[in-house]
Design a protein around this ligand. Structure first.
Ligand code: AMP
Ligand code: ZN
Ligand code: FE
Ligand code: FE
Length: 295
């Protein structure tokens, strides 16, 4: 069983449509894929419909990656990505928070685009026109590559789009403790994404993870392309000691990132534990009638 529990479509900052994401997951030899766009469930329905063209037994996990703010190792606030799986999309509190976050995202991307457009040949309106549902810096990175300002998305992030750039504009993310509670209240399972990816910036305090375990956190993403062997060992140890589920995933973004679907993956037992814990929506199975597919 090959299981990838963290991927993006063009509902946020990936480049595959949700249907292409499912087709590419099948082609990559995966048995289970989770769609986890940033702060939106907009890709869920199209991904679900694409199961009609997937081999019988292929499974889709409906999820999301939520933008949060935790406590850094130095005690100051730090951005944290929290994966949310199999929650009820109709839960009103959580749905309202997603809308708020997407409004933050679009306002912030517009501000950054306008600042950059003062110095470089990009059109802010054209950048925003390419956003599906959830805007992110990769949309701006793609425009900078297309305009020849930078050679790659990665180079855009190193310089113009980095947190240290004069063009960077922050957005207001959800307090991490609240987010864990919100996901649990919606019947979902929360998993902290790439918690030790220090190339992304400062790290979440390990004792904050311990506190979150008390508040209903479901798991930790252990196997991720941005984690080295030491990071994985530390997180595996932490997950075991706190009785958290340990997952693995590629964080695939289509052409916006140089990595493959299934590059890192989740153990079947961990996946089963995650699915068993959720009460919001079910894992969907290709070839099953919808009521059979629900579990
Ligand atoms: P934002 O959500 O607007 O803050 O932008 C963060 C997104 O950009 C995340 O989804 C990352 O996957 C992506 N990202 C961050 N750094 C890089 C990079 N060096 N290359 C490609 N994508 C990146
Ligand atoms: Zn992303
Ligand atoms: Fe992330
Ligand atoms: Fe991601």
């Amino acid at each position: 069983m090959r299981i990838d529990l963290h991927t993006h479509s063009d509902a946020s900052d990936g480049t595959d449509t949700p249907a292409e994401l499912v087709a590419n997951a099948v082609a990559a030899g995966l048995d289970v894929v989770a769609i986890t766009d940033h702060d939106t469930t907009a890709g869920w329905d199209e991904a679900t419909a694409a199961l009609d063209r997937a081999p019988a037994g292929f499974r889709l996990v409906r999820g999301m990656e939520m933008s949060c703010e935790g406590r850094g190792e130095d005690g100051d606030p730090v951005p944290v990505h929290l994966l949310a799986y199999l929650f009820d999309p109709a839960d009103a509190t959580f749905a309202a928070e997603r809308i708020r976050q997407r409004e933050e995202r679009i306002g912030r991307l517009r501000s950054m685009a306008v600042k950059i457009a003062a110095d470089y040949p990009i059109d802010p309106d054209a950048v925003l026109a390419r956003v599906g549902t959830s805007a992110g810096r990769p949309h701006l990175a793609a425009a900078l590559v297309a305009a020849g300002v930078v050679d790659s998305v990665g180079q855009a992030f190193e310089d113009l789009l980095s947190r240290k750039s004069k063009y960077y504009v922050p957005k207001l993310d959800a307090p991490l403790d609240d987010a864990v509670a919100m996901i649990a209240a919606a019947g979902g399972v929360s998993v902290i994404a790439h918690a030790r990816a220090r190339m992304r910036g400062r790290l979440l305090a390990l004792d904050h993870i311990e506190e979150l375990a008390e508040l209903g956190l479901g798991g930790l993403e252990i196997f991720h392309p941005d984690h080295n062997d030491d990071d994985r060992a530390l997180l595996a140890h932490l997950a075991a000691s706190l009785d958290l589920i340990g997952t693995g995933s590629s964080d695939y973004h289509g052409d916006n990132k140089a990595l493959r679907l299934g590059e890192c993956s989740t153990d079947p037992e961990a996946f089963e534990a995650l699915a068993a814990r959720a009460t919001g929506v079910s894992v969907l199975v290709a070839g099953a009638t919808r009521s059979d597919g629900e579990r």
